[in-house]
Design a protein around this ligand. Structure first.
Ligand SMILES: [Zn+2]
Length: 280
């Protein structure tokens, strides 16, 4: 039975002879598992060149995709959350916020900015899922409200890019108040006939879906995005029935009349521009 015993030492390659690709040079698509160059992936607006899977990206990437030459002015960049409820779960809320700020280099789950999009002045607020699941607390609500104020003041179209797990539990009632606040601000925008386009990305759920994300003059979504209020498990247990296939996907939500259209991220900038021209 010696045939499976390794008689000689295994293949050893000295470290200096090993050839490895530098970290971050290649991107593997989580959907089709194929590999592409990170540069190619970036140029393709962070979508897979093989299967068009839309990678989850944050405000940094969206701002560089949408604003001309990536140039913009950020609004309320340093606003951070308080701790109105003295909330403690596995750790005190202020500690969790501080740790997340250090990890993500973000101040909260939304960033807002203004600049030119195809030479048109536009105000954009974009959520970051990395920051406590893109949860909507008082900072998110306040920054969105102020971004809408900026749109009103400058009479520029407003774009909201949502990616959120819903309300921030650590701020409880204060989170829920943001739904009313942002909705009331959007009503002012509508009264002034300033265009508002809401882009729903993967995932957009909870109190965000139940407020500003569904209040656009156009509500549009990225392909395959999960869009819903409660999660599928909660709904299944509540109604006691199995859910249809593709339930809560952007395509399903579009079929059932809750969206205007689905937009490929590569076409987003031009689509937004034509919507603004149409609405102005
Ligand atoms: Zn792919």
């Amino acid at each position: 039975m010696s045939w499976f015993i390794r008689k000689e030492k295994g293949i050893n390659t000295p470290t200096e002879e090993k050839r490895e690709a530098p970290d971050g040079l290649w991107y593997q698509c989580p959907n089709c598992k194929k590999i592409m160059h990170t540069r190619e992936h970036k140029v393709n607006a962070y979508t897979c060149v093989h299967c068009n899977y839309h990678e989850k990206i944050g405000s940094d990437a969206y701002f560089s995709i949408l604003f001309d030459d990536g140039i913009f002015t950020e609004l309320d960049a340093n606003m951070t959350s308080g701790d109105p409820l003295k909330f403690v779960d596995t750790k005190p809320y202020p500690e969790r916020v501080k740790a997340t700020i250090n990890k993500t280099h973000l101040k909260d789950a939304v960033r807002s900015a203004y600049g030119k999009v195809n030479e048109l002045d536009v105000t954009i607020a974009c959520m970051d899922f990395n920051f406590i699941g893109g949860s909507m607390g008082s900072v998110v609500g306040e920054k969105i409200a102020r971004a809408i104020d900026h749109s009103l003041k400058t009479r520029t179209p407003f774009v909201m890019i949502s990616r959120s797990g819903g309300a921030r539990m650590m701020e409880a009632g204060y989170s829920l108040m943001q739904m009313a606040k942002t909705s009331a601000k959007l009503a002012l925008l509508s009264k002034e006939k300033i265009p508002y386009v809401s882009l729903l990305t993967d995932p957009t759920t909870g109190g965000v879906t139940a407020s500003f994300a569904m209040l656009g003059d156009f509500n549009i979504a990225e392909p395959g995005a999960l869009i819903g209020f409660a999660g599928p498990r909660v709904i299944r247990e509540t109604i006691g029935k199995n859910l249809p296939e593709g339930f809560q996907s952007a395509e399903f939500v579009l079929d059932h009349g809750f969206l205007d259209f689905i937009v490929d991220r590569k076409d987003l900038k031009d689509k937004l521009t034509s919507l603004f021209k149409m609405l102005q």
